[in-house]
Write a protein that binds this ligand. Structure first.
Ligand code: NAD
Length: 309
């Protein structure tokens, strides 16, 4: 099979591609390397095209087009709102056209952020979302929502085989920890291992539901390769809510750290609760996360220990 993966050099993409290549698939990656620090792609089985997805075109034949390119870290996307909005509007349209030309299956990595600040938690796929369309996060949330709408338009108008997944806080080795690119798990681990203060926005009572990377790869391959899923959308996450303060305490314990916890002002429009309703993916694809939070955090701390030292 020939797969085109945008954003394939990133955290999720590199793990997915490792697994696809180990199974003998051929992968072309289009990635402008804008949000990554290290390149983890395998040396064989992957062709890397360094380009913005918005500008990409190709006459190659693809069986699957998988769109992951985005700037998903809140501080980073708030600093780059135009790029953020365009990779998930113009970029999505570019890749939909390539999929249409090839009669390929199109798989989109949306986000749990399409739910905004939901009134139902764990949130099911048929919840419509409660999103601020002009807020500082809208460049990300609303472009993900627009992408979903455009993808469904291609499905309805051209009968294109499309599948959408909405990941919730995936973590694991290779997740970038530094500066504006850090996300909560990697930032806390880095701070704990360095003996720096663990910085929590707000009072830490906000919740997230964390998914270990191996479970995400498993779910994603089921979404890509299972027959008969055209037009379907799936939550890919955990249904277990964890308070951010409890995540910080778990990381301090697992890493034997003496770091202190420091509370910073809350971030604008930061959703207070987040967890995935997993009934649909469990029923249709037989998928449910296998890795507990403690187990996943241990593996991630171990990896960061090696990466930092
Ligand atoms: N990791 C998560 O928990 C999570 C949760 C929800 C959604 N997602 C989505 O999953 C996808 C991958 O996220 P990730 O965690 O691997 O992030 P990442 O930053 O590690 O990877 C994103 C990749 O996209 C590339 N990229 C960004 N803008 C681009 C552009 N305009 N053209 C070409 N390449 C571009 C970056 O260079 C990077 O390699 C994103 O669409 C993100 O919104 C991730």
């Amino acid at each position: 099979m020939q797969l085109l993966v945008s954003g394939g050099a990133g955290f999720l993409g590199s793990h997915l591609i490792d697994d696809l290549v180990s199974k003998g698939e051929n992968v072309t990656v289009v990635d402008n390397l804008s949000t990554i620090k290290h390149l983890y792609l395998p040396e064989k089985g992957v062709k890397l095209v360094k380009e913005k997805v918005e500008n990409f075109d190709s006459s190659e034949k693809f069986d699957f087009v998988i769109h992951l390119a985005a700037r998903p870290s809140p501080e980073d996307y708030m600093n780059n709102p135009v790029d953020t909005a365009l990779s998930n509007s113009l970029g999505t349209q570019k890749l939909l056209e390539i999929a249409r030309k090839n009669d390929a299956t199109f798989v989109y990595t949306s986000s749990s952020e399409v739910y905004g600040n939901p009134s139902i938690v764990p949130t099911p796929e048929d919840y419509w979302g409660f999103v601020n369309p002009i807020g500082v996060r809208s460049c990300y949330d609303e472009s993900k929502r627009f992408s979903e709408a455009l993808i469904m338009a291609y499905h309805r108008q051209y009968n294109l085989d499309v599948r959408i997944q909405r990941p919730f806080n995936v973590y694991g080795p290779r997740l970038r920890e530094d500066g504006t690119y850090g996300r909560v798990v990697s930032r806390f681990i880095y701070q704990a291992l360095k003996g720096e203060d663990i910085t929590i926005f707000g009072d830490g009572s906000q919740t997230r539901a964390f998914l270990y990377i191996d479970d995400w790869v498993d779910a994603t391959e089921r979404i890509i390769f299972t027959e008969g899923l055209s037009g379907e959308v799936f939550n890919v996450g955990s249904d277990k809510e964890t308070k951010i303060i409890d995540l910080a305490k778990l990381i301090l314990r697992v890493s034997n750290s003496r770091s202190m916890i420091k509370f910073l002002p809350s971030r604008v429009d930061d959703p207070p609760r987040r967890a995935a309703d997993l009934h649909k993916i469990k029923e249709k694809l037989g998928w449910y996360p296998k890795t507990s939070l403690e187990e996943g955090i241990k593996k991630t701390v171990e990896w960061f220990g090696g990466a930092i030292n």
